[in-house]
Design a protein around this ligand. Structure first.
Ligand SMILES: Cc1cc2nc3c(=O)[nH]c(=O)nc-3n(C[C@H](O)[C@H](O)[C@H](O)COP(=O)(O)O)c2cc1C
Length: 203
């Protein structure tokens, strides 16, 4: 039986679907999990475009703004600059064994699939793969090219969970929030975290 994580890395990159990452942070913060947060530069542009949330460069300010925006406790949130190679996410010895990238851009997906490790998001994902930790990737693009599909296959073969931002409609959603939670529920289930709120087939 997989253990529920006490801490994990959540990275947001520059794919559309910032709401998935924000909602995941909100739901896991409510479980008193320690969350290590990483935002690519493009993620901050997309956040501004899709949610009007403006995240600055400085990690401590990112935490304060995010906690206020989501109305969650800042105590369990830790953000890091993308070149902070001294942060726990950068090394297997910190023993963080779970990471979610939501949403995941095709650029970040490609760089991880090819071991580039050029920023802290790519390095942290590389660490999860080499340490055989859990890497959950939530890609978003359409249509998908053969490059995108091959990169997803590469990561899947390395043990990553690919959970595309592709909600189902069989629960007859009425609101966008229900579509977002559809994906966030699948991520939380794959983390083996508590998820009593999840709508379940056959329940
Ligand atoms: C509003 C907006 C939406 C975007 N949507 C996507 C998307 O859905 N998927 C994707 O792969 N890239 C998307 N992009 C492009 C990426 O942000 C861009 O390729 C960027 O270099 C990714 O950088 P990152 O992987 O470091 O976050 C979008 C960009 C903007 C500004």
């Amino acid at each position: 039986m997989k253990q529920m994580p006490q801490q994990l890395i959540i990275a947001m990159t520059g794919a559309s679907g910032a709401a998935y990452g924000l909602r995941l942070i909100e739901r896991l913060a409510a479980q008193q999990m320690r969350l290590h947060l990483l935002f690519s530069d493009a993620a901050r542009i997309v956040l501004q475009q899709e949610t009007a949330l403006s995240l600055p460069d400085e990690p401590a300010e990112q935490v304060a703004i995010l906690a206020r925006h989501l109305d969650i406790d800042a105590a369990g949130l830790h953000a890091y600059a993308l070149r902070d190679w001294f942060s726990p996410a950068a090394s297997g010895s910190a023993r963080i064994r779970h990471m979610v990238i939501a949403p995941c851009s095709m650029g970040t997906l490609a760089r991880i699939a090819h071991g580039m490790s050029d920023n802290l998001i790519e390095r942290a994902a590389d660490v999860q793969i080499k340490e055989r930790g859990q890497l959950i990737v939530v890609p978003r693009e359409t249509p998908l090219s053969a490059i995108h599909l091959e990169n997803m296959l590469t990561l899947s073969r390395m043990g990553a969970d690919i959970i595309p931002a592709m909600p189902g409609y069989y629960h007859r959603p009425q609101r966008i929030e229900e579509l977002i939670d559809f994906i966030v529920d699948r991520i939380i289930d794959h983390l083996n975290a508590d998820n009593p709120e999840a709508a379940r087939w056959g329940a």
